[in-house]
Ligand binder design. Sequence first.
Ligand SMILES: [Zn+2]
Length: 537
Amino acid sequence: MTPRKLLLIPALLLAITALSQLAPTHFDGKTWWGYVKVLAADDMQGRETGSKELLNAEAYVVTQLKQEGLQPAGRNGYYQPVKFMSRQIVEQDSSLALVHDRKTEPLTLGDDAFFSSRVDLAPSVEAPLVFVGWGLSVPEKNYDDLVGLDLKGKVAVLINGSPSELPGALSAHYQPSAERWKALHKAGAIGTIGIPNPASMDIPWSRMSLNRTHVTMTLADPKFNDTDGAKLYVTFNPAKADILFAGSGHGWREIVDAAKQRKQLPRFPLAVSIKAKAKLEKHEIESNNVVAKLPGSDPQLKNEYVVLSAHIDHIGVGQPVNGDSIYNGAMDNASGSAVLLDIAASLNKSRDQPKRSILFLFVTAEEKGLLGSRYFTAYPTVNRKAIVADINTDMFLPILPLKVLTVWGLAESDMGDDARQVADARGIQVQADPEPQRNVFIRSDQYNFIRHGIPALMMGIAPDPNSPEQKQLFRDWLTHRYHAPSDDLDQPVDLSSAAQYEEVVRGLLIKVADQQQRPEWKSDSFFRRYAENPAGY
Ligand SMILES: [Zn+2]
């Protein structure tokens, strides 16, 4: 060693010490990527719920969990079987038309509109249309878009989203089709035509429409039916929506401009009615959640559980985009499933085990409407009251270095404070949901825990709010890769960012598992209501 080099050592040491506070200590991103490569490989065929390839992916996960010494905690070993009803629209035997002044104007399925097969579509429907604005009823705010409208036997036309006057949590709660439908059904409506709000479309119409004939699913048990009484569900192309308003005295332009700014919307009967014929093909399907347990080390606290969840299903094989028809779902959500496997392995190697037990939960059918987690929280494989928290990870997007972390649910429970502390210690800035209108907090599996009163959150890597380039990178990812075949193993991924993310999840998991007090909802959290009064199924 030359003296010159010796002189460099103190500086180098200093740099290493400074870095070591931030550098991952349990993960290197490589084992994580190794798991992703297996789960998102082409031979997994996009892990469609009910497919044999999803079974293969789950068998791989179970092998890894066994290897890491985790205990089975399903119903059938590591598996919790779940039954579904699948539905598929047969478009050649289905049609949509608008009737105006006794003239019938056929609509082009795919171009103008398409059926949602998530509801039990009636073979034929003919009904007047009523524009109901946002179509929301929020008793807490004395807000009711349906008041004064005659909806008996009619189909409600609405815009997806919510007005800015409604606080984020409230509007998030009332927007899912289940909640919205309850109020519409009560008012007498027999169906809906939903128009996506161009201001908050993650996916362009062309791609939404591309997979409209894809299989949809509901849980087989009718007690989970959210759209009881719905005969018609249609999604309408916002670029073509003008024809719905013909003769009504209002134009689509005026409405969409107000909707983009999340303003109050007018509500009125439309001059056109709808004529629909729908043919559905139905099948019974079975799939599984996978559940594994790492027993806690504390004699008392080990009887309680912290759930670490991720959905393992994706949307299978669909219409080709650029010649590729396999929707690999590498980020959505092989990435999250891989985090669970990586953390399971790291905890197995660690000498101090968390005090509470950890449940590693890989749910199925998230892409079908959070169904696997809904089933698990309705029929948990451990005592539900003993589940103290859920940390969910879904599409956390390590496509940039982790400097800013979005915590969905940051202000809702004291787990948000825990997450902030863990991130702070690594020099990572934490932010609440920067785009509440996208409703991400209720769009993944944590929501089913929340509805049972269990504090939950989800975290994801975010673009720097001050960097237009980074924000554009994320927007481009959603437009081009989200639910597209290009969410595959060929996309650029930042392994050290993934490793940092895993450190934060692991840190939060241990913190929650070791704390004497179980996490609690904040006294002013909207979601606290479910702790007193669970939403049921
Ligand atoms: Zn998805």
